[in-house]
Design a protein around this ligand. Structure first.
Ligand code: PMP
Length: 394
């Protein structure tokens, strides 16, 4: 059996991380892997999460299965965190997932049961794992124009023109906020126009929400998806707790379905649970339970919001200061878009050769599409970094 297999292609980001770890240079900089880092380059456990873990340890009385849906109270608080109080009740169903990736997978598999081999429209570019994940579930990925690398702007007219060519029943995957890899986010007016188009043409919006709270704020980052939920008859959301609760390895997330048709929603939700049953059955409890404890307790929730706001504002400041450093180094406004973009990622617009030179000559690690992790920057290294980037790219 196994001899029939060839090795799978290595994950480029993980390969880069391994190379970084082996690099002995003291001043090396990792701008590759997509986890939040503080000014010391650490990804610590949040205070509120640590406290929730202590409480869970004291309070938990059993390790028996949690059930297919997962922790129901976690599902309720996640539904409210994402969609607010307005869409509760009959229009929404939530189940716990293995992080954002797990939510994307089970929703895609459920959609594939409703509409086998449906076309799913993805932004060009998108998170590299979207294509294997969605095609693995049976869906057919197709791309819509999204990003103008020369200006850092969104190609909105081109995106809308492509989606006007989509067929009723096609899926439109949208990044809820903090677009990965470009950091270029849709305005509320653009969300409204896409929602109207989806409603008019019968397209199904599927929102990947992996960075709520990393862009403009917890509420601001979901304004687009909430508007969408008011305007369309049905949609799905894959929400991740990995980044905003810093619980990456715990695999906590939520799959959210919204529909105006209560009967159809019940059927879709039962299919979602049946997909889980067929692949891994019950979700793990720990990540969901600690997120639930934080969100249900007013004090812990306030502390979490303060920590999250600290992470967000650090990235906003780094964006502004890095764009300033690049303006000084290049004597141009070429990189000003970095200050305008949102969340953890932006693309520098460098060639593969330039990226290789940065790594070999300066110990600066950037992934092949020139995406940088803003949280990997250090304030005291911004000018050196900017000079190196300008030196290799001009
Ligand atoms: N969607 C996007 C756009 C992401 O960037 C990520 C994480 N890199 C995910 C989904 C998946 O997150 P998780 O680790 O929760 O599976």
């Amino acid at each position: 059996m196994f001899e029939k297999l060839q090795p799978a292609p290595p994950d480029k980001i993980l390969a880069l991380l391994a190379q970084y770890r082996e690099d002995g240079r003291a001043d090396k900089i990792d701008l590759g892997v997509g986890v939040y880092k503080d000014e010391q380059g650490e990804t610590p456990v949040m205070r509120s999460i640590r406290e929730a873990e202590k409480r869970l340890y004291e309070e938990q009385t059993t390790k028996s299965y949690v059930g297919l849906q997962g922790d129901k109270a976690f599902c309720a608080v996640m539904g409210t965190l994402v969609l607010g109080d307005a869409i509760l009740g009959e229009r929404m169903r939530v189940c716990q997932s293995l992080g954002g990736s797990g939510a994307l997978s089970i929703i895609a598999m459920m959609i594939n049961r409703a509409r086998p081999n449906a076309t799913v429209w993805l932004s060009d570019p998108s998170w590299p794992n979207h294509i294997p994940l969605l095609s693995g579930a049976g869906l057919k990925p197709q791309s819509y124009p999204y990003y103008d690398a020369a200006t850092g702007a969104i190609l909105f007219e081109e995106m809308m023109a492509a989606l006007r060519g989509a067929e009723a029943g096609d899926i439109v995957l949208l990044h809820g906020c903090c677009h990965n890899p470009t950091g270029a986010d849709l305005s509320l007016e653009q969300w409204a126009a896409i929602a109207d188009l989806c409603a008019e043409k019968g397209l199904f919006p599927f929102v990947d929400l992996a960075y709520q709270g990393f862009g403009d704020g917890l509420e601001e980052d979901v304004a687009g998806v909430r508007l969408m939920a008011q305007k369309v008859p049905e949609l799905a959301i894959a929400a991740s707790c990995s980044k905003n609760f810093a619980v990456y390895r715990e695999r906590a997330g939520a799959a959210i379905l919204v529909s105006n048709d209560a009967g159809a929603l019940d059927n879709a939700f039962s299919q979602l649970l049946s997909v889980k049953r067929s692949v891994y059955s019950m979700p793990p409890d720990h990540g969901g339970a600690i997120v639930r404890i934080v969100l249900e307790d007013a004090g812990l929730r306030a502390d979490w919001m303060e920590e999250l706001e600290g992470m967000r504002s650090r990235m906003v400041t780094l964006r502004r200061d890095f764009a300033d450093a690049l303006r000084r180094a290049s004597n141009s406004e070429r990189f000003d878009f970095i200050a305008e973009q949102k969340g953890m990622f932006s693309r520098l617009g460098l060639t593969t050769g330039q990226i290789d030179t940065l790594r070999n000559d300066h110990g600066i690690y950037i992934v092949g599409d020139s995406r940088i992790n803003i949280a990997g920057l250090h304030h005291d290294k911004l000018d050196d970094l900017a000079r190196a980037i300008v030196a290799v790219s001009s």
